[in-house]
Design a protein around this ligand. Sequence first.
Ligand code: COS
Length: 391
Amino acid sequence: MVDFSLTDEQKDIRELAHDFAEKEIRPVAWELDRDSGFPHHIVQKAWEVGLMNSHIPEAYGGPGLDYLTGCLIEEELGWGCSGIGTSLMCNGLAAAPVTLGGSEELKRQYLGMLTEEPRLASFCLTEPDAGSDVSSMRTTAVRRGDKYVISGTKCFITNGSHASWYTVYAKTDKEAGHRGISAFVVPRDAGGVVVDKKEDKLGQRASDTAMISFNDVEVPAANLLGEENKGFKLAMMTLDRTRPGVSAMAVGIAQAGFEFARDYAKERVQFGVPIAMHQAIQFMIADMATKVEAARLLTWKSAVLLDQGKRNTLASSHAKRFAADAAMEVTVDAVQVYGGYGFIKEYPVEKLMRDAKIMQLYEGTSQIQRLVIAREVLMPRRVEEPAPAAA
Ligand code: COS
């Protein structure tokens, strides 16, 4: 029997996140968007009230929340402002490979760093010439004695300018394609880590997106995550775990767009009645509501499978693809409901439309999600290893 009800603890956490989004995030969201300012003070507050590092296990100072509860938080933060929400949630992406593949010592040191203080970490996979095609990356890690020397450039790194450490993927065997990639923890203060460029973005302007170069950066061999040359799978397993949260963030954007459009349609009078009385608008609002609901259900399913220790690759791509596209469609329609006012920055919905676009791009484009879905439904036995334990 499918039960969509939440536990009391989940309801409390959702309420906490909603209040935080309403009282701390929304009042500054449009200003930070305009100025492309980083929400340092919100990071501090979110960390203090326990809304960061949701999935870091209690053993390393985290709350060790399940994935569904993490999605509840991410939806609310996305409802408040997905740029700020992304800044708050990005630690999860950097931390997951450490939780999955790190030694006890690495977990204590680097996960502990995030839970002991309001610090940030970043996930460095993408490169200027290796986006969707992960295995074509050029960054290398060469073993020298008890160290690896890492060289290369990573781009579009969320929180890159502010991170205390990075999870970095690099080729340890250049000839072996995806079977020659390894993952490492790289502390920011290792010599040779340079923040090259902060990007000026269309949306999610309160989140930091930077290009980071690793110039012959030496890290102890013990900073290797999992086994050498098994980094590609670690990246894929990480994305399976983080895509539900990204989907939830998209649901939050869509929910916000729906609410603004619904409320505006009830106020705005044209042809002598609120525009919500016109069927053309009613049908748009109805479609928005359906898309939000369907996106949320797919998102919850992708998280619940993880919580049950099951493989969620297909479900997380369904959720990410659908929720990202729903966020885009709903926010475009929200602008339409506002008419000419929707195009004006004084009104809230154009920001949502700009913010929504990245949901179809980061953590795997909507086309990559379709590619994963197609492979999973056409060749369902392709990945034969047992479901990995939840991180
Ligand atoms: N879990 C565990 N293992 C997985 C996996 C998953 N979800 N998906 C793939 N693998 C394994 C495969 O089983 C295969 O294993 P073998 O080495 O035993 O053959 C290996 O990984 C390679 O898989 P595949 O052949 O599917 O690799 P591709 O190069 O075709 O790439 C895509 C697959 C395109 C799906 C992958 O590169 C991808 O997700 N790209 C998008 C990257 C992304 O999201 N970037 C955003 C960066 S974070 S903002």
